[in-house]
Design a protein around this ligand. Structure first.
Ligand SMILES: Nc1ncnc2c1ncn2[C@@H]1O[C@H](COP(=O)(O)OP(=O)(O)OP(=O)(O)O)[C@@H](O)[C@H]1O
Length: 180
């Protein structure tokens, strides 16, 4: 059975940083995958959306549906995934729970204190400061995780905690088959 380690946190909470470090520590190959990777390698005609030639709101749903189904297809073919993603749209949680049913999913909350989130956004300089704070205040509500980590504990501690949870085989999140 393929494994999916799902890092769920606001933008700038540290998901990519943790995913990269975790990938180096796993005893088996794990893909590190995110919608950002599609965005950044030219799969989508982003410049044409930005110029207004296409309307992103017409296409967003199809893009993410395809992304979500591709994740399940990768896993169904025997690939293990470290997924970083944000469940910020109604229905995505249900879609992913259905798609990931055949797989072993470790659902990880990545938290970060608000002043640090704002500082990271300020440093990145490519997004409005405060948007991550807004996301963070909403995306974790009602979620049930296997493990919750705080980015301020440091990458090494976070990776160790995730590895320990993954190896424990104890799964209690909303992605678990027996979750009621
Ligand atoms: N533990 C940490 N301590 C200090 N800085 C960190 C830490 N983790 C990440 N950062 C920094 O915070 C910024 C955002 O980190 P990262 O890209 O990992 O977050 P993310 O959650 O993947 O964000 P996004 O969803 O926007 O891609 C980066 O500049 C990164 O270097």
């Amino acid at each position: 059975m393929s494994h999916i380690i799902f890092l769920h946190g606001a933008s700038s909470s540290g998901k990519s940083t943790i995913a990269q470090a975790l990938q180096q520590k796993m005893a088996k190959p794990f893909w590190h995958i995110s919608i950002d990777h599609l965005r950044d390698c030219g799969v989508l005609p982003l410049d044409r959306y930005r110029r207004g030639e296409f309307d992103w709101s017409d296409d967003r749903s199809a893009v993410f549906d395809g992304f979500h189904q591709s994740l399940a297809a990768y896993a169904a073919s025997g690939n293990n995934l470290i997924l970083e993603h944000i469940l910020d749209t109604p229905g995505w949680d249900r879609d992913l729970r259905d798609l990931f049913r055949p797989f072993d999913v470790l659902f990880v909350a990545v938290h970060c204190p608000v002043p640090e989130l704002n500082a990271r956004e300020r440093l990145r300089g490519d997004r409005p400061v405060g948007s991550a704070q807004r996301d963070q205040s909403m995306i974790h509500a009602g979620r049930v995780y296997d493990i919750e980590i705080d980015s301020m504990d440091g990458i090494e501690t976070n990776v160790k905690a995730i590895l320990q949870a993954w190896r424990s085989d104890l799964r209690q999140s909303e992605f678990n088959q027996s979750f009621a």
